[in-house]
Design a protein around this ligand. Structure first.
Ligand SMILES: [Zn+2]
Length: 205
């Protein structure tokens, strides 16, 4: 806790004064271009790995970067996305999974969730990821299977996203692009799902 308080003191003394004008502008409102939906994992720091500034990304996080399907209990996720798309009018919505994800580990070992009823319930939103994993991947080693499932979960959550009417409308009107990303903690690299190649490839450029 002390580390957080000391950090805030440094922010007030060093960072805030240097960006005072920027924060004054931000105090009047936000116009983020991107809604970034990722896992709650402490090792994913969006503004660090994308070098973004305050006000640039509307961020929604939960265990396993989950998006419940339309009509399902949403736990605030659908409301956050709806606000981002319909009110803030973000132009890009990125669903970003990652390596060594605890939710994917739980999917591979559901018995480990005894005594965690809320996590077990939440996992039902991730189970459809199995449908996006092929036979070869299902019978591969643990690391390959984990990566395949983390990739698959991004695709499953994007499909969940597309069940929402406001998403369908925004995409049809050409004002919203949906993107699937995967962040590798070990290398720091991001991959993006390529619709034509039907696989994750290094970020363009
Ligand atoms: Zn995770």
């Amino acid at each position: 806790m002390q580390q957080l308080i000391e950090g805030h003191k440094r922010f007030l003394a060093q960072v805030f004064p240097a960006k005072r004008d920027q924060f004054h502008l931000l105090a009047e409102g936000q116009q983020p271009d991107c809604l970034f939906l990722t896992c709650a994992d402490s090792r994913i720091v969006p503004d660090l790995i994308l070098q973004t500034q305050p006000g640039e990304m509307f961020i929604c996080r939960n265990a396993g970067n989950v998006i419940p399907r339309a009509g399902e209990p949403a736990g605030g996720v659908s409301a956050t996305i709806e606000y981002g798309v319909e009110v803030l009018r973000v132009r890009h919505l990125i669903v970003c999974g990652h390596s060594d994800c605890g939710v994917i580990r739980a999917l591979l070992a559901p018995d480990s969730l005894s005594g965690l009823p809320s996590v077990r319930d939440w996992l039902q939103h991730v189970e459809p990821a199995w449908e996006y994993v092929d036979e070869v991947e299902r019978h591969s080693g643990e690391l390959t299977l984990h990566t395949a499932l983390a990739h698959a979960n991004v695709l499953a959550q994007l499909d969940n996203l597309r069940t929402h009417g406001f998403i369908q409308r925004a995409v049809a009107e050409g004002r919203l692009a949906l993107l699937g990303w995967y962040y590798d903690i070990l290398t720091g690299r991001i991959e993006q799902y390529d619709e034509e190649q039907r696989r994750f490839v290094a970020l363009p450029g």
